[in-house]
Write a protein that binds this ligand. Structure first.
Ligand code: PXP
Length: 251
């Protein structure tokens, strides 16, 4: 199919952070997240996502330029709202910058950004990113107050945090799963109505991806930890292909 004429309704961005986590466990240069980026491109992934954390626990500064040089795929740089990360984003000019909350002691990004409470911190950062031609995305809970804040900040994209949904799914708590799905689909519809593109991610797996992928207003999923974990058993190509199939089945 000609993808220019028939763009995919739901993009898959692959978060390659945890290839770097494994590399860093031994301090050398294997496995190289750049090789992962090349595989994502080869199997038809739509984008690369990477989170340069303040403590550099996975992706490091020097990885960014190498990842950008390795493929033509758009890079979605996840970053905390700090002057250091802003300067790095402006230097590397990724396709998109997804602003995420970051706490040094957390194992992963445990909740959405308080875009409402942080308006004054976020506004100048969003403005500088926008002026540099970088698409601003805010990683928020599917919550009307946060969506409203994203609208006031002029963010063209929000990514809804699916962590609570993923936990409910893993707990087998059907009522909570339903509640989370409703919250995410209502906010995706409201985002679209207001001209904001809706993305989603965090904790998505082969088992839980389809109800999220079926939400028609969601344009992109960003998936990392599960795909890299699954790649240990089936290879990264196969893991991405299977995720793509599952997403396509419901769109
Ligand atoms: N999207 C955002 C904004 C994230 O911070 C993360 C985790 O780094 C992901 C997606 C991917 O989450 P996971 O690794 O659980 O698939």
């Amino acid at each position: 199919m000609n993808q220019t004429l028939h763009p995919r309704p739901l993009r898959l961005g692959v978060n390659i952070d945890h290839v770097a986590t494994i590399r860093n466990a031994r301090g050398g240069d294997h496995p190289d997240p750049v090789r992962a980026a090349e595989i994502v491109a080869a199997v038809g992934g739509d984008g690369i996502t990477a989170h340069l954390r303040e403590d550099r626990r996975h992706i490091r500064d020097e990885d960014l330029a190498r990842i950008q040089a390795a493929t033509n795929l758009p890079l979605n740089l996840e970053m905390a709202a700090t002057p250091e990360m802003l300067a790095i984003a402006l230097r590397h000019k990724p396709h998109a910058a997804c602003i995420v909350p970051e706490k040094r002691e957390e194992r992963t990004t445990e909740g959405g950004l308080d875009a409402a409470g942080m308006h004054n911190t976020l506004a100048p950062i969003a403005e500088e990113l926008r002026a540099a031609g970088i698409r601003v995305s805010l990683f928020i809970e599917a919550d009307e107050r946060q969506l409203d804040a994203a609208l006031r900040l002029g963010a063209p994209v929000v990514e809804f945090h699916t962590g609570e949904y993923a936990h409910a799914f893993a707990d087998g708590d059907a009522a909570r799963v339903e509640r989370e799905l409703r919250r995410i689909s209502d906010m995706a519809a409201l985002a679209a109505k207001n001209g904001i593109e809706a993305h989603a991610g965090h904790g998505l797996t082969f088992e839980n991806v389809q109800p999220i992928a079926a939400i028609p207003q969601i344009a992109e999923l960003n998936i990392g930890h599960y795909l890299i974990g699954e790649a240990v058993f089936v290879g990264l190509e196969n893991a991405i292909r299977r995720m793509r199939e599952l997403m396509d089945e419901v769109r």
